[in-house]
Design a protein around this ligand. Structure first.
Ligand SMILES: C[S@@+](CC[C@H](N)C(=O)[O-])C[C@H]1O[C@@H](n2cnc3c(N)ncnc32)[C@H](O)[C@@H]1O
Length: 213
């Protein structure tokens, strides 16, 4: 981070050199670097799978304190992953849902339908219907996150295919996005096939501390 950050200051377009290298070799360290030097911390890929977020010019971006912060964040995630028996699978949701048993809880966080059209792998009505079908037939519990509405539009799918499930909402203000105009308040939704358990304050604090490290 320190070495590459220093080159970023000296060499014009160095960010794009690292981005190109990442798109060829997929080094996780290059990914971390372009993620922290790219525009608004956005993670976005083009249709061919190439990372295409532009550079966010900022003097002395990789100051020592920032590098320390990134290293601590990575170390925290490393400890969380090591603390339990996690398995990471890179596959379509259909396969994953079919692997689940009725004792499992499925949390699904797909791209928001009718919103992020530039996701390289897209998400369309067919995907949303297929997810709905699989979750409807799933015997265990599921939680699905999606959007409910904003100032201009509503998620029509909540009134049709998801209507029979429990829907809870929470307002969220987005800070990501190219222009001020994109940074609107959004009502988020969780769709569940069960009543969510009440979390008391004490329990919430314990959960919070794991991620705050
Ligand atoms: C909203 S993001 C999930 C973010 C993630 N939960 C997190 O906190 O970092 C949606 C993800 O769904 C993935 N995705 C898109 N289509 C998919 C599919 N057919 N099967 C499985 N995952 C898919 C995308 O690649 C993207 O990473």
């Amino acid at each position: 981070m320190e070495e590459e950050g220093e080159k970023l200051l000296r060499i014009e377009d160095y960010y794009y050199e690292v981005r190109k290298r990442f798109n060829e070799h997929h080094s996780p360290l290059d990914f971390l670097f372009i993620n922290r030097a790219g525009f608004n911390g956005m993670i976005r890929f083009n249709k061919k799978g190439g990372h295409n977020v532009p550079f966010c010019k900022k003097p002395n971006r990789f100051a020592k304190s920032y590098v320390t912060k990134i290293v601590n964040q990575v170390d925290n995630i490393h400890r969380i992953i090591k603390s339990s028996d996690y398995t990471f699978l890179y596959q379509g949701f259909q396969e994953t849902i079919k692997m689940a048993k009725k004792e499992d809880i499925l949390y699904c966080d797909p791209p928001y339908i009718d919103r992020y059209v530039d996701y390289y792998n897209g998400w369309n009505a067919e995907d949303e219907n297929s997810l709905n079908n699989l979750l409807d037939n799933f015997e265990g519990k599921f939680i699905l996150s999606t959007w409910h509405s904003n100032k201009y539009r509503e998620n029509e799918y909540l009134k049709t295919i998801w209507k029979k499930f429990e829907i809870v909402t929470k307002e969220h203000f987005y800070h990501l996005g190219g222009s001020e105009g994109n940074r609107n308040a959004m009502l988020e939704a969780l769709i569940l096939n069960h009543t969510p358990p009440k979390i008391d304050r004490k329990e919430q604090r314990i959960q919070g501390s794991l991620f705050d490290g």
